[in-house]
Design a protein around this ligand. Structure first.
Ligand SMILES: Nc1ncnc2c1ncn2[C@@H]1O[C@H](COP(=O)(O)OP(=O)(O)OP(=O)(O)O)[C@@H](O)[C@H]1O
Length: 600
């Protein structure tokens, strides 16, 4: 199973990551990107023009006192700043659009990938961690995708234009200025390396933090029941404190480009003032050229600072991209074969032939299961906890694939037919009922978009849901809350049974379907289920044997094997595991046997 462990991308991977980001996402918006680049070029030119206009302002206006130039330079300044304003606005809007669009594209692709991921993969990856990748990592990635382009295009161009203008004013002084660039670049490169490590830690911690929050909020009932609020708070403090340290370290590294760039800039400007002012005093150059030069240097400083700051940020974005691409690249094991055909459904007979299965290599769960389920017959699985009953049931809709052996539906191997056609024929009611944060109606109609209100109500009546729903002020439009928190366990279970009834599938899988029901509801539901099972292939797992006494075949599953099989009366006569289970439960129900007796 390809667990999406986020590891740090190395240097060559960084280039590959960037390439993939540009190829798969950024390049789709070429037209808009060119428009943004046009705005960036305009913006870069306006910076150079600002320095340019300094020369006539100083030489013609202040020294020559030429009134015509007052008008020209004033108008030029207004024009330059207005052009810069519009160009920056245009560039920001277009790049924000592209960046946000890229995030949406990635989120859509990611969601699609994960919804189709194997169930086993979800067991290995905490949902809080996955949510963090969706929400935070995609945004970091947006920053790297858009900011890199803005900084590399606009700020680099601005710097190049301004440096070119420095050469135009005084090439010797410009050369001296450029000497400062290599040591600065070297220092920033070093920072980039440290920054990459720090950013990756921040992202990992963000994912862990999300999992921590998710677990505590979802398990809040257990936290309270075991009086663990204080411990949870303490644990939260530690996690958040850890987060503070990791985040601050990353920010400190990011900010360390500041002193390097500032000190270099200070030294440079001081040198230029010293050299330039001497030249003006000696009459080798005009004060206007000197001021234009100084202005150009000051203006160069800002884009160079942006480029310097970009590198640490880029590392965060690339680390995020790496983590997202890992998710996008996971292998799905349970998929349609290229040769898969839709299931040809006839009766719905199911057969397990020497099935072996394990979730993990070293732990065999099903040893050798052979089992026949005939259409219209009710087959039950019973046995001690952990024996493998739910696993058998989960193999039919191919939630997992068998290691060895075959599962056939109407003679067709489930691995040879399309997943969609197979699952369409199956309705499942499992132990852990899941309701979506929506209305009761939407939850019942989950598997059938085309269901009419009348059909929904019919299913609800059959599952003994209608009476309690009708008594609610909003009836079927009542919101059930996250995971159905506003309903009782029994109500939730009945809604999930109504959902299965509405799906009206010919194969019915019931895993402890009536476990959370009181005797009265159970009686109603049993009647409804008996009615529902008519003419269908049904496999029922029940701990309460009273619900499956009349099953056509009862299979006793112990330690991954079927140890007994037959109808109730026959199994009882055999006086084996089933008879033991039955006698224990019967004694429990009638209150005759003490716990100590059962244990012995
Ligand atoms: N997702 C999983 N990953 C790894 N092991 C699992 C997983 N689900 C179940 N198991 C293991 O497989 C074995 C069989 O579990 P299964 O849920 O099929 O038993 P069961 O008979 O249905 O138990 P119960 O009656 O308690 O529901 C158990 O040892 C369990 O620990």
């Amino acid at each position: 199973m390809s667990k999406a462990t986020p590891e740090m991308p190395d240097k060559s991977a960084t280039v590959a990551l960037y390439g993939r980001l540009l190829r798969d996402y950024v390049s789709h918006y070429k037209g808009r990107l060119f428009l943004a680049i046009f705005f960036m070029i305009v913006s870069a030119l306006t910076s150079t023009a600002t320095a340019f206009v300094m020369k006539p302002i100083v030489d013609e206006v202040f020294f020559e006192k030429n009134p015509e130039f007052v008008i020209y330079t004033t108008l030029a300044v207004v024009g330059i700043f207005a052009a810069r304003g519009f160009a920056t606005y245009g560039q920001t809007i277009v790049m924000d659009w592209v960046g946000t669009r890229i995030v949406s594209d990635i989120q859509k692709g990611l969601f699609k990938k994960l919804v189709f991921a194997d169930l086993a993969w979800f067991h290995e990856n905490a949902s809080g961690n996955l949510i963090s990748r969706f929400v935070f990592d995609t945004n970091y990635l947006k920053t790297v995708a858009t900011q890199t382009l803005v900084v590399l295009t606009k700020d680099s161009l601005t710097a190049v234009f301004l440096i070119a203008s420095l050469f135009y004013y005084d090439w010797k002084m410009a050369l001296v200025t450029l000497i400062a660039l290599p040591p600065g670049a070297l220092a920033i490169r070093q920072l980039g390396k440290r920054s990459r490590k720090a950013s990756n830690k921040v992202l990992e911690q963000t994912a862990d933090f999300s999992s921590f929050l998710e677990e505590n909020f979802q398990g809040i009932r257990v936290v309270k029941a075991y009086d663990r609020e204080k411990q949870a708070v303490q644990q939260g403090d530690e996690v958040i404190e850890d987060r503070f340290k990791i985040q601050f370290k990353a920010l400190r590294i990011e900010a360390s480009s500041g002193p390097i760039v500032e000190t270099l800039a200070g030294l440079l400007i001081a040198g230029v003032i010293f050299y330039g002012a001497s030249n003006v005093i000696e009459g080798h150059t005009t004060p206007g050229t000197f001021f234009a030069f100084i202005t150009a240097i000051m203006l160069t400083y800002q884009p160079i600072k942006s480029v310097a700051k970009l590198f640490p940020r880029m590392q965060t974005g690339l680390a995020a991209a790496h983590r997202i691409f890992l998710l996008l690249d996971i292998d799905h094991k349970v998929v349609d074969k290229p040769s898969a055909v839709p299931l040809e459904f006839h009766r719905g007979d199911i057969e397990f032939r020497n099935v072996k299965f394990s979730y993990h290599e070293d732990e065999i769960v099903l040893r050798d299961i052979s089992l026949k389920l005939e259409s219209g017959k009710r087959v039950a699985l019973v046995g001690p906890s952990g024996g493998g009953k739910s696993t058998i049931l989960n193999l039919i809709p191919r939630f997992y694939d068998v290691n060895e052996g075959d599962i056939l539906v109407d003679g067709q191997n489930v691995r040879d037919v399309t997943l969609a056609s197979l699952r369409q024929k199956i309705a499942l009611v499992s132990q852990d009922v899941f309701l979506f944060d929506d209305t009761i109606k939407a939850n019942i109609a989950y598997g059938r978009d085309d269901a009419t209100d009348a059909e929904i109500i019919e299913a609800a009546k059959a599952a003994a849901v209608h009476d309690f729903v009708s008594a609610l002020p909003k009836g079927y439009d009542t919101l059930v809350g996250s995971h159905g928190v506003r309903l009782s366990g029994g109500q939730k279970q009945r809604i999930s049974i109504a959902r299965a009834m509405l799906k009206d599938a010919p194969i019915l899988l019931l895993d402890e379907a009536t476990s959370a029901l009181d005797t009265e509801s159970e009686r109603k539901i049993q009647r409804a289920l008996t009615h529902l099972m008519k003419g269908r292939t049904s496999l029922v797992i029940a701990h309460r044997l009273s619900t499956i006494l009349d099953a056509d075949t009862i299979n006793v599953v112990v330690d991954g094997e079927i140890v007994e099989s037959g109808p109730h009366d026959q199994l009882l006569k055999e006086e084996g595991v089933y008879a033991d289970l039955y006698n224990h439960q019967f004694s429990f129900d009638s209150g005759v046997t003490s716990i100590r007796e059962i244990k012995s």
